[in-house]
Ligand binder design. Sequence first.
Ligand SMILES: *Cc1c(COP(=O)(O)O)cnc(C)c1O
Length: 399
Amino acid sequence: MTMKETRHIDGWFGEFGGRYVPETLVTALDQLEEAWAEAKSDPEFELEFTSLLRDYVGRATPLTHAPRLTEHAGGANIWLKREDLAHTGAHKINNTIGQALLTRRMGKQRVIAETGAGQHGVATATACARFGLECEVYMGSEDVRRQSLNVFRMKLLGAKVNVVEDGSCTLKDATNAAMRNWMETVDTTHYIIGSVVGPHPFPTLVRTFQSVIGRETRTQCIDCFGRLPDRIVACVGGGSNAAGIFSDFIGDAGVGLIGIEAGGRGARPGDHASTLVHGEPGVLHGSRSIVLQDPDGQTSTVHSCSAGLDYPGVGPEHAHWHVEGRVDYRAVTDQEAIDAFCLLSELEGCIPALETAHAVAGAVQEAGTMHRDQHLVINLSGRGDKDAEEARRLLGDLD
Ligand SMILES: *Cc1c(COP(=O)(O)O)cnc(C)c1O
């Protein structure tokens, strides 16, 4: 495979980003970049996207005070940015609606996507149903097992689910399969990447579609407590919900930003998916970022109880925020996440996704070190219905 690396000024975040792809994809990425540049300067596009976010996705999502979780943590006031209340139950829909609009603009009829937890697959299948686009989703067989309900939802929505049996049979392998298919079908097909990863322009494109989360949060914080929050905490898989809420606050030095990665069973290689905590610079899935890899540069196997965080890479903009020190990235273990899954359910009546539970665990630890007159926002990236079966297995049935 000949790799052509083109330096696009726009596609770089410090030393991270770019486009490391086979030549067959360069034209499609240029076409996407062009379609998006036109869309951005077209008021009709903005209007249609905004109306869909309001009338179809149900935005703005609320910012909810969490009094009992606040009491439990014993420090800062905790607030929940309720992406779990967005249509299909997670933030992913913000991006798939935007990219489905671009697919239509480019005159393509077929969409492919990768999925881990199945939330991006469901959100893509949903957007494709809404716009009458053909949809195929690639999903690792391990994730098909862990998230069988989402597989059925995708089929109900009219999508074809391709089960991937390569490697660890999780998100990385599904992404490889989707990229391979895209190379063969690029003339008719758009690849809707589910996070702020991949070659330029995807990281910027996906962050832009998700940045509505941060803009709403800013206004809502001012309405609810009269100023910006002291901390924002979000979980980081590829990094799209985190980038969506962080991006509006990057320039506000008083707002501490904390990204929570999957600490899995512990810090040994292969036992976690804490890319920024333990990784090294490298290239994965079309861009240069920080990657979990062994001393020979092979991508590591990863582990997390949460399918959506079980990924050895991270978006290049996060790698940049990490080396700049703008965002503090930490790891939360499977056990801490499962405890937080139960905690938020019992104390606030919100069952979070297992991915989101990592952010809840990290936020409770952080809030406990803060003052009672301070404010911390958790990006509640998704609801936990999809994880109820897996949580039951992990917890043993509750009495
Ligand atoms: C997919 C997913 C994530 C992880 O993806 P990011 O791109 O890091 O946001 C987190 N939470 C939920 C609920 C998800 O569905």
